[in-house]
Write a protein that binds this ligand. Structure first.
Ligand SMILES: *Cc1c(COP(=O)(O)O)cnc(C)c1O
Length: 222
């Protein structure tokens, strides 16, 4: 099936209050243009220089999300235009992003990434590390970032049960964080979870934003 066909199929399955981030990493501009012509405007990339090159050559009304792990020396490539950074996984990264956004005179939306999978290779705060950071309170003085919610990736497994349990734990933690730290901030309202293989489960568990790549664009060639 075509990219636009795949896209329509995915969109037809999403509840109206769940947003789609079309993950275009490793795919050429032509693939993104096809999805763009079919109406998609939100795209996700995981490498800073690739994102920069695509931003410079593709339509300016695309909303670019950075979904990968961000190295501090690459922040500068994306700050002028990035709409949402999904994977803030340390206090240091949050501080660094704030430094660059301040310089660029922007306020950039960010999500905190939580480690919910069993694979050690996936990154993110543990629930307790995240609580500690938020309890500490220093984040309130970072005036050029806005924490919009949380993000997480489930274990890559065939076990529906395990994936559902991991997403449920993140969803419960999201409610805890919202109540304890962001109760009077309605802009804390995003829970980014769900990829090609597990987004229906993520939606059942309360996802507001799914990040889907291969189901739309096909397999990636690394
Ligand atoms: C690559 C990637 C995705 C998309 O993965 P698919 O399985 O192709 O849908 C989603 N989220 C993150 C963080 C990724 O790195």
């Amino acid at each position: 099936m075509s990219i636009s066909g795949n896209l329509q199929k995915v969109l037809a399955e999403l509840p109206t209050d769940v947003r789609l981030v079309a993950v275009s990493k490793f795919h050429p501009n032509e693939a993104i243009e096809e999805a763009y012509r079919a109406g998609q405007r939100v795209f996700g990339e995981s490498r800073a220089q690739e994102l920069k090159a695509k931003h410079e050559t593709l339509p300016q009304d695309i909303e670019w999300h950075f979904i990968g792990s961000l190295q501090t020396n690459k922040i500068k490539y994306i700050i002028p235009y990035v709409a949402l950074i999904h994977a803030i996984d340390s206090w240091r990264l949050l501080e660094e992003v704030n430094k660059y956004t301040a310089k660029a005179n922007r306020i950039v939306d960010c999500l905190l990434q939580l480690h919910i999978a069993q694979e050690e290779t996936k990154s993110g705060f543990s629930f307790q590390e995240c609580r500690n950071m938020l309890d500490n309170g220093d984040w309130k003085s970072l005036s050029n970032i806005r924490i919009r919610g949380l993000m997480g990736m489930a274990t890559f497994t065939d076990s529906h049960e395990q994936v559902a349990t991991e997403f449920r734990s993140l969803s419960e933690f999201y409610n805890e964080v919202k109540n304890n730290y962001f109760a009077n901030q309605p802009t804390f309202n995003e829970l980014s979870m769900g990829m090609s293989d597990d987004y229906p489960i993520a939606i059942e568990q309360g996802s507001t934003m799914v990040r889907i790549g291969s189901k739309i664009f096909g397999n990636r060639e690394y």
